[in-house]
Design a protein around this ligand. Structure first.
Ligand SMILES: NC(=O)c1ccc[n+]([C@@H]2O[C@H](COP(=O)([O-])OP(=O)(O)OC[C@H]3O[C@@H](n4cnc5c(N)ncnc54)[C@H](O)[C@@H]3O)[C@@H](O)[C@H]2O)c1
Length: 391
């Protein structure tokens, strides 16, 4: 049978755009044709477009006129406007994490760390509402690019939950590393916060997703987060910080350490940590403790492959694992980092929705719960860890 042809565009020409582009080439369920790219940063855009042999557009509208799907791989403060523009044209919007947020009051003096978080929460909720309203009127859908939902270990746990009808009592998980590569990261006005939103969104969304799965299996109704208490810290901006040049330390107004305690509607709990102060490569894991089994999802690192390298230079052209500081000695080298992280599975699933109408596992309501939980957590951290209801 001839596969359906789907025309796609990418907004952005950086890190996320690159892995989306690679994952698109691995889609089996449809013929995905990359129509073109749109991004600020003309030099990088031109180089990317030339490498892929596609057109570099100088307007998002012009690209949207030519595509069925837009991959939104730009900084978080741009996500809402781009998603709404796509949906207005009935174009599917694959939106990178986090869905949206609060990106400042527009003033020159804005600092996210001192701004009242109740107002940030209200603004983030208003942004969610605008995206939901746009999706309701559109033939397109938001496909929320939370790769953890599609990571093989999380999907295996979904299968176990579905087949054992377990109740999850406690999850704990983390995403941490030694600092983002992105120049816009570090400013609340571009990223919508610090480690809690940029990294914590991954294990948090996986935890929210698994409680949704449990609810669907046991009561045909997702189990949603009810309250959150949280603490955040700016460790690399503290006077006592001893900078040894290994941890990125140039953040302007964001936290680099966070911890959230989420209580679900059924009284069960999840503890989520996220930070920019951890050496040794990306540390991505989620442990699930249930009434009939216990699972540890080691997304990164894991022991699928281990290498020993006695001479640093020998591995200079070899990707060992994301954000590792040295390639010397023993390493948990990933044989296919994208696969363990869920990128190709996520993009395959999204094109399954676009081409064949398959249901969306990582949908707008999951993304919205993630944003509501995180901004409620910022309110809590402003109030010394007080328990805050998630609306
Ligand atoms: N799922 C993941 O594992 C993962 C990993 C990294 C980044 N991300 C997400 O992807 C998004 C992009 O992050 P990145 O790491 O690729 O950043 P990046 O800085 O590497 O690239 C961002 C790109 O967007 C372009 N851009 C910036 N503002 C723009 C605008 N207003 N209009 C058009 N183009 C614009 C920049 O020129 C650049 O090409 C962020 O939302 C981030 O949270 C997700």
């Amino acid at each position: 049978m001839k596969k359906k042809t789907i025309k796609a565009g990418i907004a952005g020409a950086g890190f996320a755009a690159a892995f989306h582009c690679q994952a698109m080439k691995r889609v089996y369920c449809a013929d995905v044709v990359l129509e073109g790219l749109y991004s600020t940063g003309a030099t990088r855009l031109a180089a990317f477009a030339e490498k892929e042999g596609v057109r570099a557009y100088d307007s998002l509208d012009a690209l949207l006129d030519r595509v069925d799907v837009l991959h939104i791989c730009t900084p978080s403060h741009t996500h809402e406007a781009m998603a709404v523009a796509a949906l207005k044209r009935d174009v599917f919007a694959i939106v990178e994490k986090p869905l949206t947020g609060f990106f400042g009051d527009g003033s020159e003096t804005y600092r996210g760390d001192t701004y009242p978080k109740q107002r940030a929460l209200a603004a983030a909720q208003a942004s969610i509402d605008r995206i939901v309203a746009a999706e309701e009127k559109s033939k397109g859908r938001v496909l929320y690019a939370e790769n953890w939902v599609y990571a093989p270990s999380i999907q295996k746990e979904r299968e176990i939950l579905e087949k054992t009808a377990a109740q999850i009592l406690w999850m704990h998980g983390e995403e941490s590393h030694s600092g983002s590569h992105s120049p816009s990261y570090g400013y609340w006005k571009y990223a919508g916060g610090g480690s809690m939103i940029s990294k914590g969104c991954h294990p948090l969304t996986a935890a929210l997703y698994l409680k949704q799965v449990e609810g669907r299996v046991r009561n045909r109704k997702p189990i949603r987060p009810a309250t959150v208490s949280a603490h955040t810290h700016a460790l690399t901006r503290s006077d006592a910080f001893k900078d040894e040049g290994l941890i990125r330390a140039d953040y302007y107004d964001i936290e680099d350490f966070s911890t959230m305690h989420v209580v679900f509607e059924d009284g069960t709990v999840a503890d989520i940590m996220a930070s920019d102060i951890v050496l040794g490569g990306v540390h991505n894991w989620l442990e699930v403790n249930t009434t009939n089994h216990r699972t540890v999802c080691n997304i990164n690192p894991n022991t699928a492959m281990q290498t020993f390298n006695p001479v640093e230079g020998n591995f200079k052209d070899i990707e060992v694992v994301e954000k590792i500081e040295t390639k010397l000695g023993w390493a948990s080298t990933s044989p296919d980092e994208d696969w363990f992280t869920g990128y190709p599975q996520e993009i395959e699933a999204f094109y399954g929705t676009v081409a064949h109408g398959l249901p969306i596992e990582s949908n707008l309501s999951l993304a919205a719960d993630c944003i509501r939980t995180i901004y409620s957590a910022y309110v809590s951290s402003d109030e010394e860890g007080k328990r805050v209801a998630i609306s």
